[in-house]
Design a protein around this ligand. Structure first.
Ligand code: WTA
Length: 660
């Protein structure tokens, strides 16, 4: 970590508005205030009850939490449970087979709906097919798919047979895919020919071919879903999904897996160059994702239509697309494409078409819609909406209010407004936490624009100072989690030391989240952004070090420093400062070359918005790059205190090179 300083969001200190839920909402709310008290009085007992009430266990557990090998937790010890059975079969057995599980909306406008009975069959077929390809319990399966039902089917089929899925976001490059396949030693890759992006076919399979072109990997088969029908090259590893999966038997009995059996690995950026494979297990993860999905969104599974807009390549797509909505037996919408295809009202058209009642999205999307103008959502009927969620980064009060006023009060196309705007729930959590940790509950909490406010029942969070002491109300510090929680990560794939070092070494006995936070006068928590070298671009985590390593690996570059600069729409934007080591060839566009290089190395989302070629980088006497000063430059501010620089002329040199 270079320097940890606590960020401040000045606009938050003036925010005093608060909105209580309507009496009607309170009367019908699923979550009850007593849950907080019950959890406080007996935290483990609370979670044990939730686990037993929410999931169907093949074998009941004998111990709620085993923390004897801290910081590696075991939850619901001795229990056996099958995730796919809980998400599918049991609903069919309970007479809900005809309820729609997924309404799929393809970008070109094609649609498919799966009932619980149909989805169960599809997953059974996939489970049989994967087994016939030699995939067994404990094996890893890499998933490189667009937002299509086969993504959910693949994940649940893995869970059913005890194979561990590792989903790699489709926007990552061939190189990034290969390093994840290698790290997890995946046996099977599931992909598609491609998908659709803004009306055009966009390919995926060629990246898999490129990733696996070089020998030395562990992959035995590649299953390819036919999605966009583009021509694809064929290798000896490849098999069509429709030939292998859709012809497989639809009889498959799920057996319970140990509560601590790994469910998946999901790679995320950390403070060093190498992505970390976050490991989640079964019983605790399913319990907390399902419980929070129910309570945070006030889920009434018999009548709600839930839509989480996240891609399955991120944890939000894992927890609140694949697992929780299905474990809870609810109906959800899944959309393949971009919000502006074929027009900027596509999302609102989808809400109107399916009668979406709960919408869960990211501040970056809300700010984009603000930019496009309210007349677009105003021209659709959004009256079905009753809860709105936010995730991924701090939501600024302005975006929060827009979300409430424009989306949350829309009561039909004729400009009618709702008397009681829908509650907004800002949910703070991480890939590592697996499920919501801090969020208002819509029928209980009086919400404040821009604040995630309170820990969900059964979770203990705090804000502490440099020494790990709890700060007073009105003060800021570092966000920590004091007690183990059911959906917590169980480690980093293949690197337990890094797990301990990253999360448990900063403060004795506490989980360090890497976020700055503030307690307001009421003790409510406001998130202030990362305090480490992790950037948040459109709600996606990117590591400054990873992008720096990529830049330095290019033959032109001697040194690189990357910072996240504040951006109105994406939250942060990647800005790179590079020192060249060679004179590039005449006419060469160095900036374009380096941007493309990073795109190829990591993925298009990691491409720096700006690259500035500079003669020097600001460093302390011990050689640490002072990113804080570069951030000042990138954000066009007066440069802050530079007295600890080894060479204090550096900032002047940089400023001069900017002017050229
Ligand atoms: C940030 C996404 C403020 C935070 C679920 C965290 C948030 C990181 C919020 C995790 C929120 C997520 N308010 N910040 N509501 N939600 N973050 O692992 O910095 O992709 O540490 O998980 O996103 O990102 P990740």
């Amino acid at each position: 970590m270079s320097e940890t300083h606590i960020p401040t969001l000045d606009n938050l200190s003036h925010e005093t508005r608060s909105f209580a839920p309507s009496a009607e909402f309170v009367a019908n709310a699923i979550a009850k205030p007593e849950q907080y008290e019950a959890a406080k009085a007996n935290r483990l007992g609370y979670w044990a009850d939730q686990a037993r009430n929410t999931l169907t266990w093949d074998t009941d557990f004998t111990e709620t939490l085993d923390w004897s090998e801290a910081p590696v937790a075991k939850w619901f010890v001795g229990g056996k449970v099958n995730a796919a059975y809980n998400a599918l079969d049991r609903h069919v057995e309970n007479g809900l087979g005809d309820r729609v599980a997924i309404h799929f909306e393809g970008e070109p406008g094609d649609t498919r709906s799966y009932t619980y009975a149909q989805l169960t069959e599809a997953v059974k077929q996939a489970a049989n097919a994967f087994e016939s390809l030699g995939v067994a319990k404990g094996d890893r399966v890499a998933v490189y798919l667009p937002m299509i039902p086969e993504a959910v089917i693949t994940m649940l089929a893995c869970a059913r047979i005890g194979a561990i899925h590792s989903v790699v976001f489709g926007g990552f490059s061939a190189d990034a895919l290969r390093s994840r396949v290698d790290d997890a030693e995946a046996k099977l890759v599931v992909t598609a020919d491609g998908t659709w992006r803004r009306g055009k076919p966009s390919s995926l399979k060629p990246a898999v071919d490129e990733a696996l072109a070089k020998e030395g990997h562990t992959v035995q088969n590649v299953l390819v879903v036919k999605r966009n029908g583009e021509d694809v090259a064929w290798t000896p590893l490849d098999k069509w999904w429709h030939e292998v999966v859709e012809t497989a038997s639809n009889e498959h009995t799920a057996v319970g897996h140990d509560s601590e059996h790994p469910l998946f690995v999901l790679y995320t950026s950390g403070t060093t160059g190498k992505p970390k494979g976050i490991v989640h297990t079964t019983g605790g993860y399913l319990t907390q994702t399902a419980v929070t999905h129910r309570d945070t969104f006030d889920l009434h599974p018999e009548s709600d239509v839930f839509w989480c807009t996240a891609d399955i390549g991120w944890v939000t797509g894992h927890s609140y697309v694949t697992y929780a909505p299905l474990v809870n037996g609810s109906t959800q919408v899944m959309y393949e494409g971009t919000p502006d295809s074929p027009h900027q009202g596509r999302w609102w058209e989808i809400v109107q078409k399916y009668g979406v009642t709960i919408l869960y999205t990211a501040p970056t999307a809300i700010r984009t819609f603000m930019k496009w103008g309210r007349s677009i959502p105003d021209s659709f009927d959004l009256s079905s909406l009753r809860v709105l969620g936010s995730v991924g980064e701090p939501i600024n009060p302005e975006a929060w209010m827009w979300y409430r006023d424009v989306i949350g009060t829309n009561n039909g196309k004729n400009g009618e407004r709702k008397e009681h705007p829908t509650p907004i729930v800002d949910t703070w959590w991480q890939t590592e936490t697996g499920a919501h940790m801090i969020a208002p509950l819509p029928g209980i909490t009086a919400t404040k624009p821009g604040s995630a406010q309170v820990a969900v029942p059964g979770i203990t969070v705090d804000v502490v100072d440099e020494l790990g002491h709890s700060v007073a109300d009105g003060e800021g510090g570092f966000l920590v989690i004091r007690d183990p929680w059911p959906a917590m990560l169980r480690g980093i794939w293949g690197d337990m030391d890094r797990y301990k070092d990253t999360y448990w070494s900063r403060f004795e006995g506490m989980y360090f989240a890497g976020d700055g936070a503030k307690k307001d006068e009421d003790g409510d928590i406001w998130l202030l952004g990362r305090v480490d070298d992790v950037m948040n671009v459109s709600g996606h985590r990117l590591s400054t070090t990873e992008i720096e390593s990529s830049l330095v690996a290019h033959p032109y570059v001697a040194e690189a420093a990357v910072v996240g600069a504040k951006d109105e729409t994406t939250g942060e934007a990647v800005v790179a400062f590079v020192i060249l080591q060679v004179e590039p060839p005449e006419g060469e566009d160095v900036v374009a070359t380096l941007r493309n290089h990073v795109g190829k190395d990591i993925g298009p989302i990691a491409k720096p918005r700006h690259i500035m070629v500079v003669p020097e980088l600001p460093k302390t006497r011990s050689g640490k790059i002072m990113r804080r000063l570069l951030k000042d430059v990138a954000e066009g501010r007066e440069v802050g205190d530079a007295t600890t620089l080894a060479d204090n002329t550096v900032m002047t040199q940089i400023a001069e090179s900017m002017r050229k």
